[in-house]
Design a protein around this ligand. Structure first.
Ligand code: ACO
Length: 411
């Protein structure tokens, strides 16, 4: 901020500025506004190697006005501050709004879905299709006193949809070599999870969010069967964004693959790192186990060790450590003792669990014991985004999952 013409702010303004948490640089000059703008415009901010005097001035000014000891202390000892939960949620909504995607919600008979839908539409984040009987949904909207603009939402009853015959034949064609008869395809397509997934497959919606009433299996099986994996990916897995008090961690896989092989673990790690980049978190991958480095032995440790090597070979650009224990992964003090040379230990942001038992229980334990907000499971590896809700989900969980799905659909 430049105050021209020797302007001096009033005392209350100075007090206000001094009270700010972040330093606001203010420069006072004697020249008039026009002349000042001309001078500022003529400043060449680039510094080249041959500009010796500029470099010297920059270094001296930096040293004079910066508490370098405090800075060094921060760099050496603290965890990466990266993304705070507040920043994360704010950024997500902002990004989703950039390209309003069309999301289908098959469980229109759940009040939580309708309340979340109103919130999403009011904020202009997405376009929605809600599946269910029109008269039932309208009655629920009235009962819940919700205002949903009919221009922004379409309500479809799968059983009466003009798309139904086409959807049935498509499903039959896609699955006939898996012993699905035409009658079976007809029955399956009346199920709203199949119908919603087919809308996504056909490009009639950009993504689907379901699972507030149905189980994980029920929700994601249609996507596994015919949306299938993205090119170059063979495993569908999931992550949770764990919004802790001061940072956001990525936990994978806590919802899909019960007993991953080394190859699948490597896939999970790579997909989780890519998802974390997509959502603005720098990935430092910890392949979790009950052993850090060479401290422990056993079949399960070997599985994690092999998965780590596979990731290193397939994606040498990714930072990864494994096998590693949870404490050494996230606590710099423990990391210093157990794996002092590791660039990931103590600073891990992406935590890959060796199996579903460990992953699912750990995310729930962290969520319950610390009050962390767990956003997910976010499915990764699918050709098009489909996401699952937990049956105990809150309205905020539904809101967050739709926002994440909309961002995935932008890719
Ligand atoms: N990645 C890619 N494809 C897959 C995957 C995967 N992870 N899993 C299954 N498939 C494919 C199969 O290859 C198969 O394809 P095909 O029919 O074209 O040959 C198709 O999907 C169906 O395979 P099934 O083995 O029959 O899989 P099923 O549908 O029975 O089960 C499921 C898949 C639901 C993911 C299963 O692994 C499962 O139940 N996982 C655990 C889910 C769970 O209970 N999670 C915990 C609760 S969630 C929570 O707490 C948040």
């Amino acid at each position: 901020m430049i105050l021209s013409g020797g302007l001096e702010p009033d005392e209350p303004i100075i007090k206000l500025v001094e009270g700010l948490e972040r330093v606001v640089p203010i420069v006072q000059v004697q020249t008039g506004t026009f002349e000042t703008v001309k001078i500022v415009g003529a400043v060449k901010s680039k510094i080249y190697a041959e500009n010796k005097s500029k470099i010297e001035l920059a270094i001296n000014t930096f040293e004079k006005y910066t508490d370098t000891n405090a800075l060094v202390d921060k760099i050496v000892t603290s965890r990466p501050e990266g993304m705070t939960p507040r920043m994360f949620q704010y950024e997500m909504v902002k990004r989703a709004k950039q390209a309003k995607k069309h999301i289908v919600l098959p469980e229109g008979n759940d009040d939580r879905i309708l309340i979340a839908a109103e919130k999403l539409l009011k904020q202009g984040i997405v376009k929605l299709t809600i599946l269910g009987k029109k008269e039932d949904i309208e009655a629920s909207l009235k009962k819940l006193n919700l205002e949903i603009d009919p221009a922004n939402v379409q309500i479809i009853n799968p059983a009466e949809s003009p798309d139904l015959p086409d959807f049935i034949s498509t499903l039959y064609e896609l699955r006939k070599n898996k012993n699905v008869s035409f009658d079976m395809a007809t029955d399956l397509m009346k199920d709203s999870a199949y119908f919603g997934t087919m809308m996504v497959y056909k490009g009639l919606a950009d993504g689907m969010v379901s699972g507030s009433i149905n189980t994980t299996q029920h929700t994601i099986r249609p996507a596994l069967q015919f949306v299938k994996t993205r090119p170059g990916v063979s495993t569908v897995s999931s992550i949770f964004f764990m919004c802790l008090e001061d940072r956001v961690l990525v936990f994978g896989d806590c919802a899909v693959i019960p007993k991953p092989t080394s190859e699948q673990l490597a896939d999970i790690a790579i997909s989780s790192a890519e998802s974390s980049i997509q959502f603005g978190i720098e990935p430092k991958i910890a392949m979790l186990s009950y052993s850090s480095g060479t401290s422990g032995e056993g079949e399960e440790v070997e599985k994690v060790r092999r998965a780590t090597e596979l990731v290193k070979t397939r994606r040498p650009d990714l930072q990864i450590e494994g096998p590693i224990q949870y404490d050494a992964a996230v606590d710099p003090a423990v990391a210093k003792k157990k794996l002092p040379k590791s660039k990931v230990a103590g600073q891990a942001t992406v935590l890959i669990f060796p199996d579903l038992n460990t992953g699912n229980n750990t995310y729930k334990a962290v969520q319950r014991e610390t009050g962390a907000v767990a956003i997910g499971p976010v499915l990764q590896g699918l050709n098009k985004p489909v996401n699952d809700l937990s049956r105990g989900c809150t309205i905020d969980d539904i809101f967050n999952t739709v926002v994440i799905t909309a961002i995935q659909a932008q890719q």
